[in-house]
Each structure stands twice: as C-alpha cells, then as structure tokens.
Design a binder for this molecule. Sequence first.
Ligand code: GLU
Length: 486
Amino acid sequence: MVRVRFAPSPTGNLHIGTLRTALFNWLFAKANKGVFVLRIEDTDLERSRSEYETNILQGLKWFGITIDEGPNAGGLLGPYRQSERIKDGTYTQYAMQLIKEKKAYFCFCTDEELNKEREFAKSKNVPYVYSRKALKLTQKEVEQKLADKQPYTIRFKMPDNEEIKFNDQIRGEISFKSELISDFVIIKSDGSPSYNFAAVIDDMLMEITHIIRGEDHISNTPRQIAIYNSLGKSRPEFAHMPMILGPDRSKLSKRHGATSITDYRDTGLLNQACFNYLSLLGWSPEDNQEFFTREELAEKFKISRIGKSNAIFDIKKLHWMNGQYIRKLSPGELKDSVYPFISDKHKEQLNKYDLNIQESLIYSVKDNLVTLQDINDYIAVYFETDEKYMSNLETFDKEKLQNDKAVIESFINNIEPLNNNLKVADIDQALNKVMAVTGNGKGKVYKPIRIATSAQNSGPHITDLLSIFGKEKLEKRLTNFLDYIR
Ligand code: GLU
C-alpha cells in the first residue's frame, strides 16, 4: 500500500511552492489508491506557531486536498505532530539505541570550538567535515562530562568510505561519498531532534513508502539513508521534484505574485483553477490536455511525468486560467462564488432586483472577470447614478454624438410598445429593427445606444445590459441623451 506524507513546518502560511509538494504527493496517493498523511514538523519551537498550522489546514481544505491521516484526521500511526513525539521521548529513545550500538555519540564541543574548525576549513578552502573530536573521548570521560551536566548534542556517526547511492524516481541514480558528510547532529543541545533525524524516525514509524519533495532536499537524502541503514530498516523510494522559479528564473518570491493559497482565495481565485494550474507546474500529461478536473488528475498522475527542469510560475497564466474557470460556472455558481467579493454599496443596489435578474446581471459580466474581486468594476455600470452617467456623457464629443440622433430616435420608437420587463429577445428584435430602418450595421447601432444609455464605450453584452436596465430607465436615459445633444 502506497503511503506518502506532506510534512510542512508551521513557520509560515501555506505557500504556493509547498502546496505543490502537497499536491503531487496527494495525486500520487490517489492515483495508487494509497494514503496521504499530514505531518506537522514543529520541532523549531520558537518559530512554529499554531496560527500557521491553522493556515496550512485551511489552505489545504480550500484547495481540495483531503487528509487521510494527520493531527486532526487521526490515524493509527501517530502522533502526527513532531512536538508530541518530542514529549513522548520517541526520538531520544532511538538516539540512545544508536549510542548503545556505537552508531551515534555524545558531543560536548562548544560553539566556539566548532566555529574554529569551520574557519580552519574555510581558510584551507576545503569543505567542512567535523573533526570527530568527541568520538575520541573515552567512555569514562563521557560519563564524567554527563555527570557534570555539560551541555551536549548527539551526533550520528557517518559510515567511513562508503558510497551512498539511491535511485531517485525523477533524477535517476544519485550517489554521495560518505567521508564528505560530517557526523551530523541528531539531537540538539535542547533535547529536540534535528530535521534529518526526526523525519527518518517518523517516516519509518508512519510506514511511508514514497518521499516526494523538492530537490533542495537531495543533500539531506544520504544522511537519511545512513540513518535507515544504521537502524536496519529498508528505506522508502525518493523522488525529488524540480524547483519552481519566477519568470525571471530567480527564486520564487512574493515579487512574482507567489503568495499563500489563502491570499489567492481572498483575492478571488477559484480553487479549481489553482488546482489545475499548480498540477502543471513540473508535471505534464501524456497528451496536450490543459484543463483537468481533480478526478482526472488523480487518475492520470504518474511520477514518471514529472520533469527534471525547473518549473516557471507565471501569475499571468494562473489568472488566465482563472478567467477560463469563471466562464465555466453556471449563473447560480457564479453568483455564489462572486457574492462575497461584492462591495456593500453594490450589494445594496443588487438586492433591489429579483433573484433571477441578480444572477443575469452578474453573469452578463463574466467574460470580463480575471479574478472574482474584479466584479465591482464591471457591475458598476448597472448602478451608476444619473448624475454620474451625465458627467460621463459629458466626456464624449457632443458634436460627434449628434450623428447618432436617428439611431436613438428609432430605438426609442421600437421599445415604446414593450412592457417594462424587457427580455433579451425583445431588445434583440428592437435592435434589428433599428438596423433595418436606418440601414446601419451592428457597430453603428450598438455603440451609440451603449453610449446613450450607459455613457460607456464598452461593458456587458448590449442585450444583457439593456434588458437588465428595463424600459423605464432606458427611456429616461435615451430622452436625456437627446436633450443633451440638442
Ligand atoms: N519540514 C520539511 C520542509 O518543510 C519537510 C521536508 C521533507 O519532506 O522531508 O521542508
């Protein structure tokens, strides 16, 4: 049974790059009918905050990632929060076992001593490897220092002259020379485990079968493999994903519009659009399909289709995709999605209309929306006061407007017999008649009528706009227009 984990540190909000890691793990789990585990890596007690954990959970939920096992979801292989495992002594128990087997050792070196070693290596221009000074202490010396309560760390003893190899599922064979890797700290002086140690113990106890993570973790992998070997445990498969960069190929940052997923939610991106867009950051299907439902992705996802080269995050493409997803919504779905973004001022106006007209009104501007929060700009035309309409009209060249007189008069004649509740089809008919009477084409009929009624050059489709305005308002504006150009 495939078991994967997403292991964020709650030291910040759920960022787009981290979310992509969660997504690929989740898709892989779903594609293989496996289990997706959420593990909170909160060993950095100073920087970890519960509000970040909340943000991560909210972000995953909104985005559409379901958690099979985790701090709130439960599961048999918990606890799923590392701080809880620190408390129950899991990590120190394994560290002590390694000490007993001489695979780890106490280190009493001070920061000052270690800094000196590092500086020495730097001056010789060689990579720093810990001197193993503490390994040379006799058993008695160690016991004495412990009895004296000297601060210590526990270091893992890297194997000597070994080639540590693994077959990365994305990048192929990768190997490291063990002698170039320092005996690293597994238990820090405050008693907490280091990332490499805690991650291995947890992955082992949570029976994780595949580790899918960013390639910035490749250099941790030989350390983690060495720990598995020392515990006599088989290791999971590793797959290191390429990084996500900005369009300028620099490290992804806020500057590229890459923020937290809850920010995307709050600025009016649709979760389906984010999901679709993110799935294509580093992964591609076998054909050229671009739009996918979550279910399709969960079916098609294969690690072998994750590329080796870095993915480029392009907020413009995400916005474009969001616009496409907005266009797929039904009038009811669009209204529900967009409603929280409508300003109070506009809500007050909107609520004066019947519910079905409210839906049509919103739906009439859907093609203009890139994000849901754009809604206010585009529905404003329906709610403009007569004063504002007038001052907008005054920005047009009056002399030119005089050429539109015949079109406007003909339109007035054609809507006169209609009742106030105008249908799109009524407007269509009226416009066709104006074209027939004046001999003008669409452009020379639609545009003057749009200007005469809304004092705008562009906006919702003309038939939607005019039918939602209603006969009374149309007549008022059209007569007003004629008075103005007289
Ligand atoms: N907490 C680590 C991180 O956020 C997890 C790394 C891993 O997947 O092993 O980078």
